[in-house]
Design a protein around this ligand. Structure first.
Ligand code: NDP
Ligand code: 8X3
Length: 246
């Protein structure tokens, strides 16, 4: 029986991934800050799901995830999914706390956890799937910090592949566009209406679409590595450059 560790299993992609992998016969460890939600998911998924209340900003707690007792210690797949974005306000008007929170979660926590789990992953010829974003490649107004963190995740994934040459460990940077989850509610500081408006009438991707993608990646033949994969809803595409004139 294989084991996946999913960060951010209390909502969105992570929650859908927990359901998908447990239904597929895996054990899943799910983390997040909202213990009540993890408890509910555990009640739904039963014994193959281990809920662990862990904050991505607590690097000591992340390191302890490398010391779980059997059968939870043999991790085959690390899904580095937990993450968030600050508001799209101009940088000087964005609270420092929100910025720091995003950098600590999307970058520092992700690196600390990956570092802690690498010996196990190497030992098991495992796999790492990191959540980057289209924001890593395509700039947009108000996206500097978020896009910056996701560009880090993308490059971290690629460079990690170099470190892991010959180990058999696979690493993928998943780079989605718009998917309707709690992402925009969190980004806007709880504005559900703004979130509904953003996704209205454009058929965004769903958490299930992403869970299906993670499942596909996990079940590829072991000789195959998808380095990066970018996906968008059909209704989302690109805008041109901004030109300022005198
Ligand atoms: P959601 O807001 O629905 O879920 C985010 C998850 O991350 C939650 O489970 C949340 O758990 C967890 N999380 C956030 N901060 C922390 C923290 N400090 N400690 C522990 N867990 C934390 O977002 P999505 O499912 O949409 O996003 C998942 C990932 O995909 C993120 O990295 C996001 O940047 C990325 N992404 C999302 C896109 C989208 O359009 N939705 C597109 C591209 C990438 P809790 O709050 O309980 O701690
Ligand atoms: C978030 C994707 O397109 O909403 O990572 O900025 S998008």
């Amino acid at each position: 029986m294989k084991t996946i560790l999913i960060t951010g299993a209390t909502a969105g992609f992570g929650e859908a991934a927990a359901r998908k992998f447990v239904a597929g016969g895996w054990r899943a460890i799910g983390t997040g800050r909202r213990g009540e939600r993890l408890k509910k998911l555990q009640e739904e998924l039963g014994e193959p799901f281990l809920p662990l209340e862990v904050d991505m900003r607590d690097t000591a707690a992340l390191e302890s995830l490398a010391k779980l007792s059997p059968p939870w210690n043999g991790i085959d797949l690390l899904l580095n999914n937990a993450g968030l974005a600050p508001p799209t306000d101009p940088l000087p008007q964005t609270d420092w706390d929100r910025i720091e929170d995003v950098i600590d979660t999307n970058i520092t926590g992700l690196v600390a956890l990956t570092r802690a789990l690498l010996p196990t992953l190497v030992n098991r010829k495992g796999q790492i799937i990191n959540l980057s974003s289209v924001a890593a490649t395509y700039p947009y107004k108000g996206g500097a910090v978020y896009g910056g963190t996701k560009a880090f995740v993308r490059q971290f994934s690629l460079d990690l592949r170099s470190d892991l040459a010959g180990s058999g460990v696979r690493v993928t940077s998943v780079e989605p566009g718009m998917a309707e989850t709690e992402f925009t509610v969190v980004r806007t500081g709880g504005d559900r209406e703004a979130s509904d408006k953003l996704y209205a009438g454009m058929d965004p991707m769903t958490a299930q679409d992403l869970a299906d993608l993670f499942w596909w990646l996990a079940n590829l033949p072991p000789h195959l590595n998808v380095n990066t994969i970018e996906l968008m809803p059909v209704s989302q595409s690109f805008a041109g450059f901004t030109v300022s004139r005198k």
